[in-house]
Design a protein around this ligand. Structure first.
Ligand code: SAM
Length: 224
């Protein structure tokens, strides 16, 4: 029997946000590849899943991929999870998926949690067409990316860390103008979940008055 790589999305905060199938697959596979085995242990303990786990992250993925593909070709069934949400979405996963496809190893991605979908839908901005930009580059390439986005007509989606939120909003004002409508979703699915909508200027005013904590998705209206 050939092996198979399952890409298994996991909750982005609320442990209830996992599918029955994801739990079954995590129980059935030969082993789990986790971005951080300690983080994934919390999930596995919650669902009483006891399974061998190995770390698979940005630091080791280049080195381990060929051995993993050999194991898959030898018939092992493997699940890949990240700390939160869907692997390969601003998380490790792409390299392994690509290598599996190159080597005719079957890959099956389960649908499930991802941070930007609830943020996008909750923003109230058009979500029939959108661009997912993930994390903007910190230094090199950031300005170039912003210039490219000036003419973007689709709703734009960004991941950002809380301590860079104000700086990012200031930069968005520089390129899109202070009246561009946007939305900031924080701590989705968690106790202090919050979505603030308004112009970029209103959002800066609101978030500069408090210490911004937690994980953040920024949604920005496209050029009209
Ligand atoms: N793989 C994940 C996914 O499917 O969305 C993304 C992982 S990426 C390393 C982490 C970023 O996702 C955070 O910095 C934040 O921008 C966003 N994120 C993850 N969980 C979130 C949450 N509960 N609320 C808001 N944003 C979240």
């Amino acid at each position: 029997m050939p092996g198979k790589l399952y890409i298994v999305p996991t909750p982005i905060g609320n442990l209830e946000d996992i599918t029955f199938r994801a739990i079954r697959i995590l129980k059935e596979v030969d082993f789990i590849l986790a971005e951080d085995t300690r983080t994934t242990s919390v999930l596995l303990n919650h669902y009483e899943i006891s399974k061998k786990m190995y770390s698979h992250n940005l630091n080791n993925e280049h080195k381990t991929i060929s051995r993993l593909v050999e194991q898959l070709l030898a018939g092992e069934k493997v699940a890949l999870v990240s700390d939160a949400g869907t692997p390969a979405i601003s998380d490790p996963g792409f390299l392994l998926v690509r290598e599996c496809i190159k080597n005719d190893v079957e890959v099956e991605t389960l649908p499930g949690p991802v941070a930007f979908i609830p943020a996008l839908v909750n923003s109230g901005l058009p979500c029939d067409r959108f661009v997912f930009e993930g994390f903007l580059p910190h230094k090199k390439g950031r300005q170039k990316k912003m210039k490219q986005l000036v003419e973007q007509e689709r709703t734009m989606v960004f991941y950002e860390s809380p301590h860079r939120l104000i700086k990012a909003l200031e930069q968005f004002i520089e390129y899109f103008g202070e009246n561009r409508i946007a939305s900031v979703s924080r701590e989705l699915t968690k106790i202090f979940e919050e979505t603030k909508r308004g112009t970029l200027k209103e959002l800066i005013n609101y978030f500069s008055k408090k210490k911004v904590k937690g994980e953040i998705v920024i949604i920005i209206d496209g050029k009209s």
